[in-house]
Design a protein around this ligand. Structure first.
Ligand code: PLP
Length: 391
C-alpha cells in the first residue's frame, strides 16, 4: 500500500468512484521532455517524494524514466524502498531521515543516502558495517537555506568523518548537493551567493581527496530559469507534474497532470429566498436548480474556497454556492438546467484545456502555492492513471 496519506489507489472492481484524482502520465512524459531540454547536458533526477506529490510515486517514476529521466529523488528510506519494491532499478536518493532510519534496508536495496551531519554519517557507516557492503552517500551541504544540510560551521567535521569512512570502506561518496532558498526569484543575489558557497564546498571536498561523481543544486524553478546552475544533474519536482513554479516568467509549455473530478450525486430545485448549505450563506435570488457534488474539505477541497470555487460541469464553469462541507458542496446551475444530470462529471481543477480551473487558480484564491493544492487531495479521492498513448 502507498505510504501517502493522500489519495487512495483504485480497487479492481465495483462502481466508478465518486471522487477521482486522474493523473495524465502523458503529461508527465511531456514535462520531463521540457525539463530535459532545459537541463542541457545535465541528467534529470525526478523528485517523487510525498508519493510523487500525490500523483503516485511508482507510476510517475516509470513514466519519467521512460521519458529519459535518469534518477529518482525522495525524502525517506521508506519512500525509496517503495520504489524498489515496485521493481524500479534506477538510482534513488533519499535525503531526509532521522539517524535511526532503516539504513540497513536502504543499503541492502542499493539506495543512495543523503547525509547532512556527522551523526547521520556515523549511523550510515555503522549500518554498512552490519550489512557487509559499503553505503552510497551524497553529502547535503547547507549553502544558505538553513534547513537541511551541513552548515558551514559543521561541514569541515563532516568531511573529516567522510574521509575516514571512505578509507574504512564503509562508505562510497556519490554526490555533493545543496538546495536553493530563492529559486523562484531567479535574479535574487541569494542564488549567486549559494552557488558560490556550493562550488567552494565542492572544492573543499576535493582538496581532502574526495571525488564526488556528481554535484547538483537545481530544483524545478532553477532548472527552468538558471541553466548556469544545472551542474551534472537537476532535481525538478513540481514541474514534472506540470505545475509552473515561476508562472510570472512564462509558460514553459508545462502540462498539469492532476485533474480532480467528482460526479453529480443529486440535482434539485431550490425556491427563491431559500438558503443553501450550513449557515445559509447563500440565499437563492430566484427559483433555481442546484447540483450536489459529493466532495468536501475531507477530500482536500479547502473550506476557505466556499462561494469562490468554480467547477466545470456540462461544458461551462458553474459557481459553488454556500459553504463547503466535510463531504459535499453545492453548485448553482441556474433556472435552465437541462444540460446537467445526476452522474455527470464535474471537474474541480485540471489542466485548464477544457476551460476548467487549474490548481494555480486555487492557490491564488487561497494565498498559497499549487504544491499544497495537489498534495492536499485526500479522503475519498481515488487515483486513476491515464496514459493515452497506451490506450
Ligand atoms: C522537493 C525538493 C526538490 C524539488 O523541488 P521543486 O520545487 O518541486 O522542483 C529538489 N530538491 C530537494 C532537496 C527537495 O527537497
Amino acid at each position: 500500500m502507498a505510504i501517502s496519506a493522500g489519495v487512495t489507489d483504485p480497487q479492481p472492481s465495483g462502481p466508478a468512484p465518486q471522487v477521482e484524482a486522474v493523473i495524465d502520465l502523458d503529461a508527465v512524459s511531456h514535462n520531463v521532455g521540457v525539463l530535459r531540454a532545459h537541463a542541457g547536458d545535465a541528467a534529470v533526477m525526478v523528485v517523487v517524494k510525498a508519493d510523487g506529490y500525490n500523483h503516485g510515486a511508482v507510476e510517475v517514476s516509470r513514466a519519467a524514466l521512460a521519458a529519459g529521466a535518469r534518477e529518482l529523488g525522495v525524502t525517506t528510506v521508506a519512500e525509496a524502498i517503495e520504489l524498489r519494491a515496485a521493481g524500479i532499478t534506477a538510482p534513488v536518493l533519499c535525503w531526509l531521515n532521522t539517524p535511526d532510519a532503516d539504513y540497513p534496508a536502504a543499503i541492502a536495496a542499493d539506495i543512495e543516502i543523503g547525509v547532512p551531519s556527522v551523526q547521520h554519517l556515523r549511523a550510515v557507516a555503522a549500518a554498512a558495517a552490519g550489512v557487509g557492503r559499503p553505503a552510497t552517500v551524497s553529502i547535503k551541504v547547507d549553502t544558505g537555506l538553513n534547513r537541511n544540510g551541513a552548515s558551514p560551521l559543521e561541514y569541515p567535521a563532516l568531511l573529516d568523518e567522510l574521509v575516514a569512512a571512505t578509507r574504512a570502506g564503509t562508505v562510497r561518496l556519490r554526490a555533493i548537493f545543496s538546495h536553493l532558498a530563492h529559486a523562484d526569484q531567479p535574479h535574487s543575489p541569494v542564488i549567486d551567493r549559494q552557488r558560490d558557497r556550493f562550488t567552494a564546498a565542492v572544492d573543499a571536498a576535493k582538496q581532502r581527496g574526495l571525488a564526488p561523481e556528481l554535484v547538483h543544486l537545481a530544483n524545478s524553478a532553477a532548472t527552468l530559469t538558471r541553466p548556469d546552475l544545472a551542474f551534472d544533474l537537476v532535481r525538478p519536482g513540481i514541474a514534472v507534474y506540470g505545475l509552473n513554479p515561476v508562472p510570472e516568467l512564462g509558460d514553459f509549455g508545462l502540462r498539469p497532470a492532476m485533474s480532480l473530478q467528482t460526479r453529480v450525486a443529486l440535482v434539485k430545485r431550490v425556491a427563491a429566498g431559500e438558503g443553501v448549505s450550513y449557515g445559509h450563506e447563500w440565499i437563492a435570488p430566484r427559483d433555481t436548480v442546484v447540483a450536489l457534488l459529493p466532495i468536501g474539505y475531507a477530500d482536500g477541497v479547502p473550506r476557505a474556497l466556499g462561494g469562490r470555487l468554480q467547477v466545470l460541469l456540462g461544458g461551462v464553469r458553474r459557481p459553488n454556492v454556500g459553504r463547503i462541507c466535510m463531504d459535499q458542496l453545492v453548485v448553482d446551475l441556474g433556472p435552465e438546467h437541462d444540460e446537467v444530470a445526476v452522474g455527470d462529471t464535474a471537474v474541480l481543477f485540471g489542466s485548464g484545456a477544457a476551460g476548467e480551473p487549474r490548481a494555480q487558480d486555487w492557490a491564488d484564491l487561497l494565498s498559497t502555492i499549487h504544491y499544497e493544492v495537489v498534495t492536499g487531495v485526500r479522503g475519498r479521492a481515488v487515483r486513476r492513471h491515464r496514459d493515452d498513448q497506451a490506450g
